[in-house]
Design a protein around this ligand. Structure first.
Ligand code: CP3
Length: 650
């Protein structure tokens, strides 16, 4: 029985100190075997010389800007200076400076004194965020800046401020020391070094410094680093991850919101899978201290056995109407803006660049699978990439979606469509190759293309459309030109897809997203012949999923087009639609993507209804009724996938 959010007996080391008991309980609660090795001790400086010096300068009017890094530190600073000065004088003096708060915690501490910061740095507030906010909102040149510091000094931040011309004084308030008893820490280092621990969780940067400090003391830095190669590393958030990178170690998992509970729950969910992946990669000679998902190499065994494993995967079986142990699931647009991993990669490149750099496209594809634990990957690309080599011009402008530069609005324009050269999309095949190599063999890789009608609609309208006036206009007014265009697209698409299969796609999905806008008669006359031809030209043995929205009235005609699996949107009842199509076809669907904006319990309720309609028959794949929306909360998506696996497990 699959048990989501469960470590299932994995050994989990934590370096948390203040909340050591709490984290131990959480690990136990999630089925892990905890080892808690407290790594730090807080020493409050009740008589802080630096704080007093700071207060003197402040009252004398010698400070222009005060940067408050932490809530605890801000409160401690005020406590320390109020032993020697009137709080009223401090308040009056600090009001005259530019007060900078790093995030909500120092803001809350200031509020207790009825003070407001002039500048608040948005989350995630790493020192680089602070610096970029400061340089965009204030000048630093020649300014006297005091930085409240908590724990160890952030020398990188201080020197970056100095580089910008600021005169910086650091005001350290709290110091971290090693715990009095460092035996547990030593034992943890030995455990990791001997590869006896499965997972290591870091909940602050300081823990990493102290871990390495002690490792250095006992001469084990090398061994520790080596041991970390086979240990899955969880990091609470971006600042902690930054410190790990500084030590040459890539974290394997970081939750979206930096909370201890989230870290434990999410690592528990995919921990076993990550441990397996990381150790397999290590055995295959990958440097897992610095690896990326695409560095994964699954096994030395021959390609044939990889193909066999994938062939017998739950997903492929469902496509072939064979019985499976549970209902497989993936989500249309599963790699997209709703996911932090996607936004991070997308931050530095345009959408088209992301598609065209195979390593990045593979990375996006694989990160989505790692995060969600879905049963199939879909290659990161777009249905409109194919129109670029057809010569109509393609653009993705910010916030407006795709735009075709030279819309095809006449028979002449149809004739000008270029012959398709499949090599023009080599970058897609390359991304498929990288992805297939790194993807777990038990997961299927989906290649895809837009179906001719939907792609034609973009080429003719020039972008998205509501009523398809121009598309249907060409169809009715110049049916010959229409058929020539559809013929060109169907041939190009078949060639494109066969190249994807050659590169490693196990399944093909055809997105006919907007075909539901047609009447039955029009579908039969203007679309179906081309779909039949296209599907019959796809290499036999590779299942085809045929998806569209608003297709409730077309399902029997879509079936005749010849795919093995039919995708359903949320408007139809899955049980009725399947009966109507016939049980000789597999079906995929069909939760309304908007339900993911509700609560986990509501999501489970609605999902159960769909699962009860589909799960007892072979040939059912769970999906949303259309692509996942950009603002969907990730936690709800994780809850959905766990629920499907858990509820349908036989
Ligand atoms: O499913 C996946 O994770 C794979 C990637 C994928 C994308 N687009 C990435 C993408 C897939 C399968 C598609 C298919 C696609 N593209 C369809 C058919 C599916 C559907 O939703 O009906 C259509 C109609 C398109 C065309 C398209 N691409 C539009 C209308 C837009 C703009 C709307 C939007 O969501 O931004 C795109 C851009 C696009 N394609 C993005 C992604 C991740 C967003 C780009 C960004 O980062 O800004």
């Amino acid at each position: 029985m699959k048990n989501p959010n469960n470590f299932n007996g994995l050994k989990v080391t934590s370096f948390e100190s203040r909340r050591a008991n709490e984290i131990e309980k959480l690990i136990l609660y999630h089925g892990g075997v905890p080892r808690v090795a407290p790594s730090m001790r807080e020493i409050p400086l009740s008589e802080s010389k630096e704080a007093i010096k700071f207060a003197k300068e402040l009252i004398a009017g010698n400070i222009d800007m005060v940067i408050l890094m932490t809530g605890v530190g801000t409160r401690a600073l005020i406590k320390a200076v109020s032993t020697k000065f009137e709080i009223k004088d401090i308040k009056n003096a600090i009001k005259k400076t530019t007060i900078v708060a790093r995030g909500p915690k120092p803001v809350a501490a200031l509020r207790e004194l009825k003070l407001k910061p002039k500048i608040t740095v948005p989350e995630p507030n790493t020192w680089r965020d602070i610096l970029s906010t400061l340089t965009s909102e204030a000048t630093l040149k020649g300014k006297k800046v005091a930085v409240q510091e908590y724990g160890i000094s952030n020398t990188e931040f201080i020197s970056a401020l100095k580089k910008k011309g600021a005169k910086v004084t650091s005001v350290p308030i709290y110091k971290w020391a090693l715990p009095e008893d460092i035996e547990p820490l030593k034992a943890a280092i030995r455990g990791i070094s001997d590869s006896k621990e499965d997972i290591a969780l870091f909940t602050s940067s300081q823990q990493i410094y102290h871990l390495f400090e002690v490792a250095k003391k006992i001469g084990s830095v090398k061994k520790l680093k080596h041991g970390l190669k086979s240990t899955v590393i969880g990091s609470i958030g971006p600042t902690t991850s930054e410190t790990l990178y500084r030590f040459g170690i890539n974290p394997d998992y970081e939750p979206d919101s930096p909370k201890m509970g989230n870290l434990i729950r999410e690592v528990a969910r995919i921990g076993a899978e990550l441990v397996n992946k990381k150790r397999t990669a290590l055995k295959n000679g990958v440097d897992t201290n610095q690896w990326q998902p695409q560095d994964m190499i699954w096994s030395k065994s021959s390609q044939k056995s990889r193909k066999e494993i994938t062939h017998n995967s739950v997903f492929m079986k469902a496509c072939r109407l064979e019985k499976t142990d549970y209902t497989p699931v993936w989500l249309m647009r599963q790699a997209g803006r709703y996911m932090r991993e996607y936004r991070e990669l997308r931050a530095n490149v345009s959408f088209l660049e992301l598609c065209k750099i195979p390593e990045l496209a593979a990375e996006v594809t694989l990160r989505a699978v790692d995060r969600l634990n879905v049963d199939a990957a879909i290659i990161f690309a777009d249905i409109l990439l194919i129109v670029e080599p057809l010569g109509v011009g393609l653009e993705f402008s910010k916030g407006e979606g795709p735009r075709i530069k030279r819309p095809v609005r006449s028979g002449k324009a149809v004739d000008r469509i270029k012959d398709f050269n499949p090599e023009s999309l080599n970058y897609v095949y390359e991304a498929l190759k990288i992805t297939r190599r790194a993807l777990d063999p038990t997961k299927a890789l989906i290649g895809f293309a837009g179906a001719p009608f939907t792609v034609a609609s973009y080429m003719i309208e020039g972008g998205g459309s509501k009523n398809y006036e121009n598309t249907k206009g060409l169809m009715y007014k110049d049916p010959d030109a229409w058929h020539v265009m559809m013929e060109k697209l169907s041939l190009a698409t078949a060639s494109y897809l066969n190249n994807q299969i050659q590169a490693g796609a196990d399944v093909i999905q055809l997105f006919d997203s907007w075909v539901g806008s047609l009447s039955r008669d029009d579908y039969k006359e203007f679309v179906q012949p081309h779909m039949k031809e296209l599907i019959s030209n796809i290499k036999p043995g590779t299942p085809v999923i045929h998806f569209g929205t608003g297709t409730g009235a077309l399902l029997d005609l879509i079936k005749e087009s010849g795919s093995q699996v039919i995708g359903l949107d949320w408007r139809v009842d899955l049980a009725k639609a399947w009966k109507h199509i016939g049980y000789d076809k597999a079906v995929m669907g069909n939760l309304d993507p908007v339900i993911l904006f509700s609560t986990p319990s509501e999501i489970r309720k609605r999902t159960k209804k769909i699962l009860d309609k589909g799960k007892s028959r072979p040939g059912f794949i769970f999906n949303l009724g259309h692509g996942i929306l950009p603002k969907t909360p990730v936690d709800n998506v994780l809850a959905l996938i766990d629920y499907i696996h858990e509820y349908t497990q036989k």
